[in-house]
Design a protein around this ligand. Structure first.
Ligand SMILES: N[C@@H](CCC[C@H](N)C(=O)O)C(=O)O
Length: 278
């Protein structure tokens, strides 16, 4: 069987996108591995699957699989790519779309300049919503990791995020602390780990060790989470430029309870077909 796919990226966070509205797609662990593996397969941080809507009032269902095969409910950079993908594939010509993930309804808007804005919904700070094992909601939490005290904020953007402030992202311990914090038992569904450098009230730098994918060049939900936490701490303005390793994202939010809007690019890299016989 020939499986058609499109390779895309959003600020360097890369995806294999599959149209499952016109052809059957069964996301078995073996097939997902083939699509995500950078040496023996196509290679990507996440596989994105577009399906026909399963409920009224949405345009598409949107499934997200991390490189380790886990299915999750949010992918911000992927949402921008999805908006471009459905337009390029002739699946929809609507400039505004509503899509449904496992955890969220997202609103996507293609802009005239080629950028895409995603309404990522409001951040959720209640520990049970993240989920995070804490006795009560707080702006800052602390835990001990190998004798080192780690202070952080925690939030759900439809997926769980831990955000810790660092002096300089270039020297932050992303590759050592990230893999230790991601499976921390206080986060029963694991967690995306963000390292946030606050440059000014409207500019930050960010690196994210993603759950199920390792460090990526950008994490859209991580950018929203970092700004939401920075705003909760009273350190950031309503509009913030987030510099990630693969580019820049604009994150806007009027404050708690209000939606977070993320604007950034979405690019197609190539299309292809994979021979698959299982
Ligand atoms: N890269 C994504 C997030 C993908 C899912 C994440 N790794 C998780 O497990 O929650 C983004 O741009 O938001």
């Amino acid at each position: 069987m020939q499986l058609r796919f499109t390779k895309m990226h959003g600020t360097g966070n890369d995806f294999v996108v599959i149209d499952a509205t016109r052809a059957r797609f069964a996301p078995t662990p073996a097939l997902l591995h083939r699509l995500t593996d950078r040496r023996f397969g196509v290679g990507c941080d996440q596989v994105l699957v577009v399906e026909a809507p399963s409920v009224p009032d949405v345009d598409f269902d949107y499934r997200i699989f991390n490189a380790d095969g886990s299915e999750v409910g949010q992918c911000g950079n992927g949402s921008r790519c999805l908006a471009r993908f459905v337009a390029d594939q002739g699946l929809s010509d609507k400039p505004r779309l509503r899509v449904r993930t496992r955890t969220s309804i997202l609103e996507l808007q293609r802009r005239d300049d080629g950028q895409v804005t995603v309404d990522m919904g409001a951040p959720r700070f209640e520990p049970r919503d993240i989920p995070f094992k804490a006795a009560e909601r707080r702006a800052r939490y602390a835990l001990d990791m190998d004798g080192q005290r780690i202070e952080f904020g925690a939030v759900s953007m439809g997926n769980p995020h831990l955000v810790m402030e660092v002096a300089d992202v270039d020297t932050a311990p992303v590759g050592t602390l990230g893999p230790k914090l991601e499976p921390h038992p206080d986060f029963p569904e694991r967690v995306n780990v963000g390292f946030l450098q606050i440059v000014s009230r409207d500019r930050v730098r960010l690196r994210v060790f993603e759950r199920g994918a390792g460090e990526t060049l950008a994490c859209g939900s991580g950018a929203c989470a970092a700004v939401a936490v920075g705003q909760l701490w009273g350190r950031l303005d309503p509009r913030v430029i987030v510099q990630v390793r693969g580019g820049e994202l604009i994150i806007e939010s009027k404050g708690e309870g209000e939606p977070v809007l993320m604007t950034g690019p979405a690019q197609t890299v190539f299309t292809g077909e994979l021979e698959w016989n299982e």
